[in-house]
Design a protein around this ligand. Structure first.
Ligand code: FES
Length: 183
């Protein structure tokens, strides 16, 4: 585990981490430390083996840097996992309406430009597991059987997006006029 932060006093869970059984496997880096020691990202990511997984969490710029370094070092996309602190701000100005169809019943619902798929589903009494409602956590991921989603989440990888077989109804929309959902 590599943990970078501005200063020790602002490092969340530091006491629990340092008193844990795995503390010897934790590498801490503080911007304001005078030891001059910085995380050598290239070195930390240089030894990928089949089955390794990388989990990264933090500010967007930091995460993008770490993920780019991992790709350069040969880590496959399927081994890269990320959790954003907050969703990227997506402009809603070019939203347009579209239609969803529920595969189980054939029922069609109109999604107006000012509402999300999740909002319309909930209004219609259709249950959907949700948590962040910003496209960050992946709780609402729903299978897409037909149509092309307009992915606006921060959860799916580039390869997962390209498959167009799932999307996050809390924030994602549609490029095609209709999406058929496994609901
Ligand atoms: S509820 Fe978190 S991604 Fe949709």
């Amino acid at each position: 585990m590599y943990y970078c932060s501005r200063s020790q006093s602002r490092t969340a869970f530091i006491d629990r981490i340092q008193s844990s059984n795995y503390s010897q496997n934790v590498n801490l880096y503080f911007d304001d430390a005078n030891d001059g020691v910085k995380l050598n990202v290239r070195e930390a990511l240089s030894d990928y083996s089949e089955g390794d997984h990388l989990y990264v969490c933090g500010p967007t710029g930091f995460m993008d840097f770490i993920l780019a370094e991992a790709r350069n070092a040969g880590w496959p996309e399927k081994s890269l996992h990320r959790e954003y602190f907050a969703a990227k701000l997506e402009s809603q100005s070019n939203n347009r309406g579209f239609e969803i169809q529920l595969a189980s019943s054939g029922r069609c619902l109109t999604i107006p430009e000012d509402k999300s798929v999740a909002e319309v589903l909930l209004e219609e009494g259709i249950e959907l597991p949700m948590s962040c409602e910003q496209g960050v956590c992946g709780t609402c991921l729903t299978r897409v059987l037909e149509g092309v989603p307009d992915h606006r989440d921060s959860v799916l990888t580039t390869a997962e997006r390209a498959r167009n077989d799932q999307f996050t109804p809390c924030c994602s929309r549609a490029i095609s006029q209709r999406l058929v959902l496994e609901l």
